[in-house]
Design a protein around this ligand. Sequence first.
Ligand code: C2O
Ligand code: CU
Ligand code: CU
Length: 514
Amino acid sequence: MITRRTVVTGLTAGVALTALGAGLRSTPGAAPALARSDNPVDLPIPPLDKGRVESGVRIFDLALQRGNAHFLPGLSTPTLGINGPYLGPTLNLTDGEQVEIRVKNGIGEPTTIHWHGLHIPARADGGPHQMIEPGKTWRPDFKVKQNAGMFWYHPHLLHKTGLHAYLGMAGAIIVNDQRTPDLDLPSDYGVDDIPLVLQDKRFNRDGSLDYLSSMPDRMMGMKGDVLLVNGAIAPSFKATTGKIRLRLLNASNARIYNLGFSDNRKFHIIAGDGSLLPAPFETNRVLISPGERAEIIVDVSDQKMAKLVTYPHKAAGGMGMMGGGGGMMGGGMMRRMMGMMGDDNLRFQVLQIQPSSALKTSPAVPSKLIQIPLMKANDASKTRRFVLQMGMGRMMMMGGGSGFTINGREMDMKRIDERVKLGATEIWEVVNKSPMAHPFHIHDIQFQILDRNGKPPRGQETGLKDTVLVGAGETVRVIATFEDYADPERPYMYHCHILEHEDAGMMGQFTVEV
Ligand code: C2O
Ligand code: CU
Ligand code: CU
């Protein structure tokens, strides 16, 4: 029997730890009460890797490795990382450039590395079919065809994606392009342009990471009670400029974050997954589900400390669906299971931004960002429907199959589920018939959200996206053109980005063919 919560509570005094239990109540709209730390660690910034150019090709070297990280005082945690013990460098790509990435697998077992959000040929995609044997180096090459934005890379081996990502194999990708007009956005990496890679963890007493030790972990996805931000717990960042751009990446296995500042100050969302937004969206909360990114600009010129925290939300579950959604499992049992996982309201301190006494003035946030030609339903030649289900009853009672399905089927490496014509514009309609939310992700393309339950998208969903959270009972329609790359044999994936669901079979394969 593994004990875990104990270690965390026992350490609270020593660490700036902040996962206050679900018992914490707050008045709606009020700033959450958070554990205080007078001596937070500095925010680690992943190194910016620009690679090196050899005969017109930008080359990157990534070494997948096992390591030990020190997240908790006095304890070491066995991890997986890229060019280091935990997480990996931020790869800096430029639109139009030819790139080769040399991925050396030193973890002693097969894995893959996928470039999440990049529009590249299937052979370079790094999905479950591009397996890298231990000791081998995989060298995908491709041309960057991408809007400026933040993307990321992570393992994608069927049944192992969850574990490999959880142990720390993930990194950010920042793409620049020459098309985007000079908008004067904060873009000095590590100074006013800061990536925040969010991963929640659960620790064993000895400091090792606990993974999938309970039934809810498998059903709802693996959630931890400690939040690592670029590998640090509740770190602090010293601001030297009046405005800070935070590039938020939810690299967690299953947890959805509703982020905001403890003083409820407003900020601007300027980008979603795959592009800047047409215009900045002013708000005081930003919700990101696993796989999603959002970029925000926060103003700290008032010289007050800005504390980025997580707020409760109802995005993960749909209790209203519970009665019918449970299959053979009664609504009561289902509710109890969800209750055990009722930690979506865990409060985390994410980052303290401490403004320095002499702040450099930052330019104003422009009122318009980029132009995205709006696609309309009429542009599509075909609509495909994807029904997400969790057959809980079958999973628990009969042990036949996992029960995590898309259109009634679990992932099969040997089955191509959909064949898309090269150049076709299609609507993909994602219908969630399960009792919880699933972040639906599609490889190869960046899509536009047409509508969510018939209503047009707002805020961070108005830009290009590759992952969209589909709540219980919801229907989301996205539209995209499948351009440039055809391969009749090698498929791309679409799947739920809760990694335990993906690993359990909530994934399918499509090819793009001439
Ligand atoms: Cu972020 Cu198919 O993955
Ligand atoms: Cu992907
Ligand atoms: Cu899911």
